[in-house]
Write a protein that binds this ligand. Structure first.
Ligand code: HEC
Ligand code: HEC
Ligand code: HEC
Ligand code: HEC
Ligand code: HEC
Ligand code: HEC
Length: 418
């Protein structure tokens, strides 16, 4: 009896202490953490479970079981230094991969706590989307992409106003001319008669008036229907980054910088740290000398002469590069990269054009609903897809030789609209 009671007490105490030691609570702002994680960590880590390896392990949920918060702050700020200092935990952690976790000397304690709060809290979209991870897509903030759409709307509106006021002036002019030519009081029939015998200049004006109205209507309609379409949109970027030099001449794989195109919804824009993987040593370009590359250093606070990060926050504050988003669908539609690139086997170039030949990226396609639908009508689904045998029934049902995307539901509204 007594022994059993003691055991229960012991068990309770054990439970309490273990709970206490495991449940460290991180106080941080996960929203901010998400942004910081997106800008700094996604190049090498998923926010998914530990087994989801990218370059480093997935960072969700195991960290606080394995490490203390203080240690994590030191590690994330400067893992190489912590390892070099002989810290046994760091030495063990650094065995994970031959490549090293880089330092983030510019992150403050509270930044790091925010990141930890984010990876702890977010159960990741990993389970939800069965194996793919939606990542924070763009380091550039949404406001920049918003402003570009606004600009377009504004120019359209101004064109319409100019057209309409032009039409009004023209109307008044014609009205006056007609009043002079016609005597309104003389009755309808007489008026028509007079019109027929009117001077040719006035007849000419009437024809011009009608043609003018038609032209204006067509122009107005065209500019209205262009709202939201950004074909050929080619903004100047904050750094003259050239795909031709990187993806073309130096043959760097698209996936090196846009890794998540294979894993998730968004292709993503690489964080500045990805640039630093090469530009820690490449500090001069053939075309722009040191000027453009210096902008990378300014963003991460790197001193190219001393070859180290500037840790004094008064001297330099790290910032994300605000790339201007070019391709963007409205919120009402759903588009997933990995579905097209991996399952569909479609090349980036089929939708984005020859990016590797562009010094400055522009939007080649219209990206309208009609564009999506047209390809879904005309494209065979990928035969290399491991699940293709599932479609055998569909082949019979539709009595076709090759299944197009439309046969597997590619024209259903709900597939592309939430
Ligand atoms: C350039 C790639 C790279 C980037 C960027 C990077 N890491 Fe890492 N990280 C690694 C590697 C590789 C490891 C495994 C340790 C090793 O081999 O040095 C690691 C390990 C870790 C660990 C230890 C995990 C464990 O279970 O042992 C944490 C925590 C971590 N990283 C957090 C971060 C955070 C937070 C960021 C963003 C601020 C970040 N990392 C950015 C490469 C990176
Ligand atoms: C060295 C890194 C790097 C490589 C390699 C790279 N890109 Fe990019 N990509 C970027 C950066 C940075 C941007 C944002 C700046 C810009 O638009 O030029 C970008 C922008 C883009 C955009 C426009 C994004 C938007 O805002 O809509 C597309 C599309 C794109 N890349 C496709 C590709 C394709 C396809 C390849 C391979 C042929 C490729 N990229 C290779 C870094 C890279
Ligand atoms: C995999 C290596 C690698 C990565 C990653 C990389 N670059 Fe480069 N970058 C190069 C090489 C190689 C050159 C060519 C240097 C030359 O002209 O000799 C270059 C040149 C440049 C130039 C100068 C071009 C010129 O000719 O003047 C700029 C600017 C630049 N890169 C920006 C970036 C930015 C921004 C990123 C991150 C989005 C980035 N790079 C990522 C390898 C890389
Ligand atoms: C089936 C057409 C299609 C293919 C194939 C495709 N893209 Fe895209 N891409 C799009 C569309 C549509 C958008 C706009 C997405 C949005 O706004 O949600 C986009 C956006 C992007 C962006 C801007 C950032 C983002 O994620 O929204 C980048 C970068 C990009 N694509 C790179 C790539 C790369 C690299 C590949 C090849 C690995 C690729 N794309 C293949 C259609 C495609
Ligand atoms: C270059 C051709 C092409 C273009 C352009 C294209 N798609 Fe697709 N899409 C495909 C292919 C191929 C598949 C089939 C992938 C597979 O095998 O699962 C597909 C599949 C899909 C699916 C899944 C359909 C299903 O039944 O599972 C959706 C959703 C989708 N696309 C949305 C879009 C949207 C939105 C756009 C326009 C912004 C677009 N696609 C543009 C080729 C294209
Ligand atoms: C293959 C993907 C796809 C399918 C299937 C699809 N849509 Fe769309 N839809 C889009 C895209 C992408 C846009 C945004 C186009 C743009 O910005 O011009 C859009 C835009 C729209 C709009 C906004 C008006 C416009 O043209 O901009 C409406 C309404 C709409 N779709 C209704 C539907 C209905 C109803 C269906 C089913 C019969 C459907 N869509 C099927 C991709 C799709």
């Amino acid at each position: 009896m007594l022994r059993a009671k003691n055991l229960i007490y012991l068990f309770l105490i054990f439970l309490l202490t273990s709970l206490f030691s495991f449940s460290q609570i991180i106080e941080g702002n996960p929203e901010n953490g998400k942004t910081l994680f997106g800008n700094n960590c996604t190049a090498c880590h998923y926010s998914g479970p530990e087994e989801m390896r990218k370059i480093g392990p997935g960072l969700h949920s195991h960290l606080l079981e394995k490490y203390t918060e203080d240690w994590l702050i030191k590690w994330i700020r400067n893992a190489p230094a912590l390892t070099a200092s002989g810290d046994p935990i760091a030495i063990e952690a650094s065995q994970y991969d031959p490549s090293q976790m880089q330092s983030f000397t510019y992150l403050s304690d509270s930044d790091i706590k925010d990141i930890l709060a984010y990876v702890e809290q977010d159960p990741t979209d990993f389970e939800k989307s069965s194996g793919t991870v939606d990542e924070v897509a763009l380091t550039s903030d949404d406001s920049s992409s918003l402003s570009s759409t606004k600009e377009l709307d504004l120019t359209t509106i101004i064109t319409i106003i100019v057209i309409l006021s032009g039409a009004l002036i023209f109307l008044i002019f014609i009205n006056n001319a007609l009043r002079k030519g016609l005597n309104i009081q003389e009755g309808f029939l007489k008026g028509i008669k007079r019109l027929l015998f009117m001077s040719t200049t006035i007849k000419f004006l009437i024809v011009v008036f009608h043609v003018g109205i038609v032209v204006l209507l067509v122009l107005g309609w065209q500019s209205l229907s262009k709202i939201g379409i950004r074909q050929n949109y080619q903004p100047d970027q904050p750094i003259e980054f050239s795909h031709k030099i990187h993806a073309g001449m130096n043959n760097i794989d698209c996936n090196y910088c846009h890794q998540s195109a294979r894993h998730g919804k968004h292709a993503g824009i690489p964080s500045v740290n990805v640039c630093m993987n090469c530009h820690e040593t490449i500090y001069e370009g053939t075309n722009s000398g040191t000027e453009e590359i210096q902008k990378i250093y300014d963003a991460v606070c790197w001193d190219p002469d001393l070859r180290q990060y500037i840790t004094d926050t008064d001297e330099c504050q790290p910032k994300a590069i605000e790339w201007i988003q070019i391709h963007s669908l409205p919120d009402l539609s759903y588009f997933n990269h990995s579905q097209h690139v991996v399952a569909g086997g479609i090349e980036c170039q089929d939708c984005h054009g020859e990016i590797e030949e562009m010094d400055v990226v522009y939007q080649k396609e219209k990206l309208t609903m009609g564009w999506c639908i047209e390809c879904h009508r005309n494209t065979d689904i990928n035969l290399d897809n491991a699940y293709y045998h599932l479609y055998d029934d569909l082949l019979e049902k539709h009595d076709v030789e090759n299944l197009k995307v439309e046969h597997i539901g590619g024209l259903e509204c709900a597939k592309c609209h939430y």
